[in-house]
Design a protein around this ligand. Structure first.
Ligand code: AHR
Length: 553
């Protein structure tokens, strides 16, 4: 391991079958992390990585929809039928597979009928979030104009090539309105009055919406139910929903982080009517935000949060420590689900995840829940996606919270200004995993040790995941160390590497981030790997995310 600052220079990897030539700007050294090894096991497939693990979440909240996605047809900002063009283009390149909308907590207050029909006749409503908006919030937030509704959302998805995932209101609308929303979206052209209404808006063909959330956080903002009460509601809402020939996949409101009891009680109540109820549930939604950076001092939601931009090395590691919890939540809830659902017919849907900081880093003042993602959030996001890749049999979908102008956003936008955040770059790099066969991958590297307010703490030296796509192997790796590179051998027993490329996201400053004025502070850099010897060694820069794309013989 070598100090980061001392090696901010061009350099070469020494002996390496795939020799990496010059790599400017980042910390390289020949012998750092000696003895580190990444072993990819082609004989141990873990399952196919669903593209939907790379999903998104766009809630009608702050600047996400209005200003972020929707700029309006008459805007001077380049748009496609009112939808921000630059956003659509970027989302196409990352192969965004699925988008959840309209919430979040907003979903359980939303009347989908407000957002259909001629735009100039749609009702203006009180902003659901008005209680937390600030006096300087942009006026586009003051009232809800309902200009972006079901039609516009589906159009947005179609422009990108994403599947829609609609979250239905279980708290404040009756089940009948859920059925009607399904009817509006999915009934064939000319078949129902709602299909005619859809056609009158220019959408004769059914939207074919498959994914439906049945409430959101029903243990909290979605109705404050007990798990048993919610299970009864879930059965009622999902019984006899018209299908119109479209497979419907219902996603139940699941636990908040480690609320094991919610998972157990919900499923026990569901099967009180018999195990035949289980197939009615496609996924159980797990929400997990990494927010507590208090180093164990408090569990208070407000005082426990950290700052998005101002942090020290310990805060850097503490965020990853929080992020690491995701894996134990996946395996823990999965085990409990198996107690009731022995054949694991129900999968996990992690439809809200990401770091959540205290207010203060908003790029657009007044945008509630907006934060500025840094290199730290890129490393965090990469680690989380690697965790998902390693559990492909358990997770059917995951949705980063949230797409734009919000928590762990891929993009920030305001009026005509736009930038891709370091998180957006990670999604671009990791899209190569979609549809691949996940392979068991073993990482062995010296652990990172740090001082957690007088108590010793440590973190894995390297983390990552690998997937195989015919003859192409995609390996993603994070080196979380704030200052030391890690030189690791990459071994693939039984396989030989023909050629490869490396893409790395790193920066000399842990706090580095992109902004409207400086859009390219943190950008991935690509290098070809040179094949010289039978063993690949790679020097992973400090505080970095790397993707190696290796073509096998
Ligand atoms: O993502 C922001 C909010 O966090 C969502 O509205 C809610 O579901 C969660 O608590």
């Amino acid at each position: 391991m070598i100090k980061r600052r001392a090696f901010l220079r061009n350099g070469v990897l020494g002996a390496g079958a795939l020799l990496v030539s010059k790599y400017s700007s980042f910390a390289w050294a020949a012998s750092a992390g000696a003895g580190s090894k990444i072993e990819i096991l082609p004989d141990e497939p873990l399952g196919m990585i669903s593209a939907n693990l790379y999903g998104h979440f766009a809630e009608n909240l702050g600047g996400v929809i209005y200003d972020g996605i929707w700029v309006g047809q008459n805007s001077s900002i380049p748009n496609i039928d009112g939808i921000r063009k630059e956003l659509v283009e970027h989302m196409r390149t990352i192969k965004a597979p699925v988008i959840r909308y309209p919430g979040g907590c907003f979903a359980d207050s939303y009347d989908w009928r407000d957002g259909i029909g001629p735009a100039d006749r749609r009702p203006r409503r009180t902003n659901f979030w008005e209680g937390v908006e600030t006096p300087n919030s942009p006026k586009t937030h003051k009232y809800d104009p309902n200009q972006f509704g079901t039609n516009e959302f589906i159009h947005f998805c179609k422009l990108i090539g994403s599947q829609p995932y609609l979250a239905a209101n279980l708290r404040s609308l009756p089940a009948e309105e859920f059925y009607r929303w399904v009817e509006y979206c999915n009934s064939p052209a000319g078949s129902t009055t709602l299909a005619d209404t859809r056609a009158a808006a220019g959408y004769a063909d059914p939207f074919q919406v498959r994914f439906w959330g049945v409430g959101n956080e029903s243990w909290g903002c979605g109705g404050n139910f007990t798990a048993q009460e919610y299970a009864v509601e879930f059965r009622r809402f999902t019984t006899w929903v018209p299908h119109f020939g479209q497979e419907l996949s219902f996603i139940a409101s699941g636990p908040n982080d480690d609320s094991w009891e919610w998972t157990r009680s919900f499923l026990e109540e569901i099967v009180r009517k018999g195990p035949g109820q289980l197939p009615s549930i496609y996924g159980l939604a797990l929400h997990y935000y990494a927010w507590n950076l208090s180093r164990g001092r408090t569990r208070d939601w407000n005082t426990g949060k950290g700052d998005a931009l101002k942090f020290d090395d310990v805060d850097w590691y503490e965020l990853f420590r929080q992020g690491d919890v995701m894996e134990s939540l996946i395996t823990g809830h999965w085990q409990i689900m198996g107690e009731v659902d022995r054949e694991h017919q129900i999968k996990l849907v992690v439809d809200e995840w990401g770091p959540w900081y205290r207010p203060g880093s908003e790029m657009t003042p007044g945008d509630i829940l907006e934060q500025t993602p840094t290199l730290r959030d890129a490393v965090f996001s990469a680690m989380t996606l690697d965790i998902f890749n390693q559990h492909p049999e358990k997770i059917a979908m995951a949705n980063c919270a949230q797409l734009i102008n919000c928590l762990n956003s891929l993009y920030l936008a305001h009026e005509d200004k736009f930038c891709v955040t370091p998180v957006g770059h990670v999604f671009a790099m990791y899209s190569a995993h979609q549809g691949g066969q996940s392979l068991r991958t073993l990482f062995s590297a010296p652990r990172v040790h740090y001082d957690r307010d007088g108590k010793p703490a440590s973190f894995a030296g390297l983390k990552g995941s690998a997937s195989l796509h015919d003859k192409v192997l995609v390996l993603t790796v994070v080196n979380p160390h704030v200052s030391e590179t890690c030189d690791a051998e990459v071994a693939i027993p039984g396989a030989a590497i023909k050629s490869g490329t490396a893409i790395t996201l790193a920066a000399s400053d842990l706090h580095a981030h992109n902004s409207f004025d400086q859009r390219d502070v943190v950008v991935p850099l690509t290098k070809a790997l040179e094949n010289r010897k039978p063993v690949l060694t790679y020097l992973f820069p400090a505080a970095s995310v790397t993707k190696l794309t290796l073509t096998l013989e």
